[in-house]
Design a protein around this ligand. Structure first.
Ligand code: SAJ
Length: 422
């Protein structure tokens, strides 16, 4: 069976590799020529544990080939980005152009699967009419389904196999054919439904997380006021069998959680107050971190602030929607001198230092923004002499604050009584 995967990003490339590893002949398509040229030279544009070995093996076996253009295939899988526009509307232009690009190659009995996260009803109201332009009867000659990705970057291959999967078909035959395809590697249960329900399920999953995180962030601010340690309180509350509160943080980054809720708000602007408020709370967290930083360095002339962790979360290199970038750009705007450090992010920034020592040298305030394992294992006391002023702000609750305070640091942990640390 030949599969054509359109969009070789964080989901498309690993998915193409996975299908190729399980015996399919896969053509990976991306409109970005640099991506395709790099892949042909075995240079990967995304960091994901296990991807390099798996990618090399399917390229060596010839099961995976890559191109900027599609060709005839039995199954087409669309895994292109669905960002939001400046006015928070779903940008479906990539989905539309990817769908249009396969129309000339479609044949009877083809299956088209949309994996990209989209507003409910996109498959039926946008994909199906486009595919009808092929002249084939959609639902009879062409089968169409939506199956959203539900994997955690950093654990992507394990979760592609282990996680349950939702498959939503425009009809039962589309559903069954899609289930059959994913059973090549999915060990989790595959739940069948219709396309719009599958689109809604994905948005519910990520919106649930965004609202949950917003609650954790609001409770963190209340806890600071009441001199309670929110991290202890959440840990205890989560012992309740039906409480699963997420963790407070410096904000919600990534290309999913902060984006997907807007797809629901767009569809139901008058009935999404809670979802909107959660977005507002989470988007305000970087400014709360800036408030804490400014109050920490307020008596220092020309303070130098070190931000450790540029990616939007620990142990990955993805910086999209990263709260750190919001904090960084705002502090620069306010005239602060900043040093950036991130062991996994290769993107060049004027203030970025490759060595942690240089990033800490002369610092008046170190801010832990991302919970990379390297930061979790840090014994900052050994770097003490590099600091100009011994201030530390931990937005991820990964440092030993008592140990730091005993060694002369002024150490703040968000969500805790901020009298010299948590
Ligand atoms: N965050 C918190 N508190 C928490 C958990 C996360 O503030 O308790 C923040 C993180 O710091 C980060 C953001 O939220 O900035 C999102 O992190 P995440 O780990 O919750 O989720 P993502 O963005 O990695 O979501 C990914 C997505 N899949 C891919 O990117 C391929 C998403 O579609 C998945 O639903 C999600 O993983 C998942 O299933 O866990």
């Amino acid at each position: 069976m030949k599969l054509c995967v359109l969009g070789l990003g964080y989901i498309g490339l690993p998915t193409a590799v996975m299908f190729a590893q399980h015996g399919l002949e896969v053509l990976g398509v991306d409109i970005n020529e640099n991506v395709i040229n790099n892949l042909k030279n075995r240079t990967l544009h995304i960091e994901e544990p296990g991807l390099r070995d798996r990618f090399n093996s399917v390229i060596d076996s010839g099961r995976l080939t890559v191109s900027t253009v599609p060709t005839e295939a039995d199954v087409y899988m669309i895994a292109v980005p669905t960002p939001i526009t400046k006015d928070k509307k779903a940008d479906l232009s990539y989905v539309i152009s990817a769908t249009e690009s396969i129309i000339p190659f479609l044949q009877k009995d083809n299956l088209i699967i949309l994996e990209s996260t989209v507003p409910p009803r996109t498959t039926e109201d946008i994909l199906v009419p486009l595919l009808s332009q092929s002249g084939y009867k959609v639902g009879v000659d062409l089968l169409v389904s939506h199956s959203p990705e539900r994997v955690l970057p950093g654990r992507l291959f394990e979760e592609l196999i282990e996680n349950d999967r939702i498959v939503g078909g425009i009809n039962e035959e589309s559903c069954l054919k899609t289930v059959f395809l994913y059973k090549n590697f999915v060990k989790g249960n595959i739940h069948m439904t219709d396309a719009k329900t599958a689109e809604m399920v994905k948005l519910i999953e990520n919106t649930y997380r965004d609202v949950n995180i917003a609650l954790a962030n609001e409770l963190a601010v209340i806890s600071e006021q009441l001199e309670i340690n929110i991290w202890d309180a959440i840990k205890l509350a989560n012992h309740h069998p039906r409480v699963h509160l997420h963790s407070p943080s410096s904000g919600v980054g990534g290309h999913c959680i902060p984006i997907d809720p807007w797809f629901l708000i767009e569809k139901a602007p008058n009935n999404s107050d809670l979802i909107c408020l959660a977005r507002k709370i989470n988007d305000s967290m970087p400014f709360r971190i800036i408030e804490i930083i400014e109050s920490t360095v307020k008596n220092i002339n020309n303070p130098c602030i070190t931000l450790c962790g540029i990616s939007y979360k620990g142990n990955i290199d993805d910086i999209r929607e990263s709260p750190t970038l919001k904090v960084y750009h705002e502090l620069i705007k306010r005239g602060y001198s900043i040093k950036l450090h991130d062991p996994l992010v290769n993107t060049v920034f004027p203030d970025k230092f490759d060595s942690l020592e240089n990033a800490l040298l002369g610092s008046d305030c170190l801010v832990i923004m991302t919970d990379h394992t390297q930061y979790r294992n840090l014994n900052l006391v050994t770097f003490k002499d590099l600091f100009k002023t011994l201030n530390i702000i931990d937005t991820k609750n990964i440092l030993n604050h008592k140990h730091l305070m005993m060694n002369g640091f002024y150490s703040i942990q968000i969500g805790t009584p901020n009298k010299n640390g948590g």
